[in-house]
Design a binder for this molecule. Structure first.
Ligand code: GAP
Length: 440
């Protein structure tokens, strides 16, 4: 088994339609990536599983779906206008820009090769600006949200009132976030437009340490559930000097990506920083009255945050396997197989008639349509059966169903398991029952 590299993953993503360069027919756009048919399914499954685990299955959680562009005053109150910055340096010779904390300022400029040409670091605000409406002046400035989190704070009073939840409870949201990153890169790892899955869990301040540990454990449960290699996860206790402006404690969950150990997720104790600030800026008290103790307080918050795109990348890195197969004649071949968990696999079932002959497709196509009502199913009748199996292995399809000439007599099909490559003959009438067992 050989290690996954970014070159292999990017090539597979492009050739099979997981992720490809955005706007490619116009020559692309730097660091813009589009999820193709398989990537869109994969990403959708990630979000679906996350919502199921953290919203549907928990009685103490509710979800929202808020506007992307919020009142700009939100970002003043949250501290993002003043402090959501990265240190920027520019090469005075070629004007290439870098993040000062990511390069050696004494080394040569990576673009023009000159030394000692960097400007003093300045603070660069990462929020993506736009104008709302027909005027392009200061009164019309707005920001694409740099995190989904703020809507959960701003909407807290309405959610509290309408959902009738009591503390402790959490609000979750999945959606796009935008950051004008100075140095995006490493495929979908760091982009200027990405998706987050975030939870703001509202608590009594006295409980934060326990709640923090509980959520950290839940994040690890999720990591296993979606097939991210847990042996490649490292906890990083973020040093006080590096904490975000709102955090009193942050643990980053880092993953061994092929380009290095980097942040996958984070969990932060945001105290009452956000609710207090929104209260001050709006002049509206945002508090909670405990119906049992009559104590009135500003809830504190533990925030587990998950990047969707980094999840997809870590899942793909973990799923990628190369295996050497030896046939009866002793000849060897390499099989690439994406061992996605079944719930995450973009295509669950492939229906493959042995040949393109009408007798077989007249059985196989209606079968594919029947199964597609229950699972994402692909129908493929071109190329040799061996090549079709390999393609399905490469895209991580758990089950291939072959309709052959025997099917016309015995009303049964062959079901091939992606991981073991074992084949079983199953009666057509029992197929849904058999597959339901496999997927559960
Ligand atoms: N609300 C807290 C927050 O936004 P963050 O660490 O800045 O915290 C949360 O971002 C997660 O969003 C990260 O752990 C990462 O998974 C993802 N993320 C952040 N910036 C990203 C980028 N430029 N491209 C892709 N994912 C990103």
């Amino acid at each position: 088994m050989s290690e996954v590299t970014m070159d292999k993953l990017v090539a597979l993503s492009k050739s099979r339609g997981f992720v490809f360069p955005g706007s490619e027919i116009y020559g692309g756009m730097a660091n813009s990536w589009d999820y193709g048919p398989l990537g869109a399914e994969l990403k959708f499954n990630v979000k679906k599983e996350w919502w199921k685990m953290f919203v549907q299955e928990r009685l103490d959680m509710v979800g929202i779906d808020a506007a992307l562009i919020m009142n700009p005053k939100v970002w003043e109150a949250s501290g993002h206008v003043a402090t959501f910055t990265d240190p920027l340096v520019e090469c005075k010779e070629c004007h290439e820009r870098y993040r000062a904390d990511q390069i050696d300022l004494k080394a040569a400029c990576a673009k023009c090769g000159r030394k000692g040409t960097f400007t003093e670091p300045s603070s660069f605000n990462l929020m993506l600006k736009t104008w709302i409406g027909p005027k392009e002046d200061a009164s019309a400035v707005a920001y694409f949200r740099p995190e989904t989190a703020q809507a959960m704070f701003v909407d807290f009073p309405q959610v509290l009132q309408t959902s009738r939840k009591r503390i402790p409870f959490g609000i979750a949201q999945i959606g796009k976030a935008f950051r004008n990153e100075i140095t995006p890169g490493n495929f979908i790892f760091r982009t200027r437009e990405f998706e987050q899955m975030e939870i703001e869990y509202f608590i009594h301040p006295s409980t934060w340490e326990t709640v923090f540990e509980e959520w950290l454990a839940q994040m690890k449960r999720w990591i296993k559930h979606v097939g991210i290699d847990a042996a490649k996860i490292h906890d990083l206790e973020v040093p006080a000097a590096d904490l975000a402006h709102y955090s009193k404690r942050t643990v980053d969950l880092e993953f061994e990506f092929p380009f290095g150990i980097k942040e996958l997720y984070g969990i932060a104790y945001r105290t009452d920083f956000d609710l207090k600030n929104h209260g001050t800026h709006t002049g509206k008290e945002i508090t909670y009255l405990d119906p049992e103790t009559n104590e009135k307080y500003t809830p504190h918050v533990v925030e587990p945050t998950f990047g969707v795109d980094r999840t997809v990348l870590a899942i793909m890195c973990s799923a990628y396997h190369e295996e050497t197969l030896t046939d009866e004649k002793g000849e060897t071949d390499t099989r690439v197989v994406m061992r996605f968990p079944k719930s995450i696999a973009p295509i669950k079932i492939a229906v493959l008639p042995l040949s393109k002959k009408d007798e077989l497709s007249s059985v196989a196509r209606p079968l594919a349509e029947r199964l597609a009502k229950l699972w994402k199913t692909e129908y493929d009748e071109t190329q040799s059966i061996g090549k079709r199996y390999r393609r399905q292995d490469e895209i991580g399809t758990p089950y291939c169903i072959t309709v052959d000439f025997d099917t016309l007599n015995d009303n049964a099909v062959t079901v091939r398991d992606r991981d073991t490559m074992k084949q079983e003959r199953i009666a057509l009438s029992e197929l849904e029952g058999y597959l339901t067992k496999q997927f559960n």
